[in-house]
Design a protein around this ligand. Structure first.
Ligand code: 13P
Length: 278
């Protein structure tokens, strides 16, 4: 069933567990994620990020996510991950996403507050929930400083001010986490997480789940993180399974399938003499 982010995360915060938010770029990934949720009787968040639209346009993937959610016997939320503009968030709401993230983390604080508020205002009208981000979650491929540099970690006092100003339903925080494939296992700042969780009741979100140590995952789950985003680990698992562990490039694999299909369909169309008849 399609269930709101707020109700899934409130239950998680109360029960001291976290719900996985899995970036799915295909029917296969989404069905695999739902199959796991059904088998394990776990709530689930299906999501796609704006940077992933070239590979999985939200107009195409939204109906897949929504149908799977409605049909599932467990709570499933359909979430836009890292919406980069207010407009993208509005478009996602129109398409039926019942939760959106506006990522204003790179903006100055006041602008992040202003734009997040704009998204929250529209979302309230549509019955949609909003995740926001404060502090900087870096990229594992390009960014080394994110791991240790406390200056870019989410500031607990700012987090409190941000939530009271915006009314966001979930907050993504930076505690040394990075997106993508880590070169070395990061060490998350759990003290910082505790400080933030001590100040706000809003469910907290950990981005960059792939490559986190089991110890840090557990510490996050038990100290206020209610939503954990995982993308890269799923892509690596799928590509490794197909290529027998030799390759990890899921998007390359998807593109290869698409191109091979285009060629095979073209060959048949030519043979059937339908070319130029559209
Ligand atoms: P990973 O690719 O590191 O798992 O990050 C996922 C994520 O945070 C999506 O928003």
């Amino acid at each position: 069933m399609l269930v709101s982010l707020s109700s899934i995360l409130k239950a998680a915060r109360k029960g001291r567990y976290a719900v996985g938010a899995f970036n799915c770029l295909s029917l296969e990934q989404a069905r695999g994620a739902v199959a796991a949720a059904v088998q394990l009787r776990s709530p689930l968040i299906l999501q796609v990020a704006e940077v992933q639209f070239p590979c999985a346009p939200m107009e195409l993937i939204a109906p897949v996510f929504l149908r799977l959610a409605v049909d599932a016997p467990v709570p499933v939320c359909v979430h836009l991950d890292h919406g980069q503009s207010v407009e993208t968030c509005l478009r996602a709401m129109e398409l039926g996403f019942n939760s959106v993230m506006f990522d204003g983390a790179a903006l100055p604080f006041e602008e992040n507050v202003r734009k997040t508020k704009e998204v929250v205002r529209a979302a309230r009208v549509c019955g949609v929930d909003v995740e926001a981000e404060l502090g900087r979650v870096g990229d594992a491929g390009t960014d080394d400083e994110g791991r240790q540099n406390a200056d870019i970690f989410t500031d607990p006092a700012q987090a409190e001010a941000f939530i009271s100003a915006t009314g966001a339903d979930a907050l993504a925080i930076a505690i040394g986490n990075l997106h993508g494939k880590y070169i070395a296992t990061p060490k998350l700042n759990i003290d910082r997480l505790r400080e933030i969780a001590g100040r706000i009741a809003t469910p907290l979100v950990l981005h960059g789940g792939s490559g986190t140590s089991i110890e840090d995952f557990k510490a996050c789950v038990h100290n206020g993180i209610c939503k954990i985003n995982v993308a890269t680990a799923l892509q690596i698992a799928a590509a490794e399974a197909v290529y027998g562990g030799e390759k990890t490039d899921y998007i390359g694999m998807k593109n290869t399938i698409e191109e091979a299909t285009r060629k095979a369909v073209s060959w048949h169309m030519d043979l059937f003499e339908s070319v130029g008849k559209a």
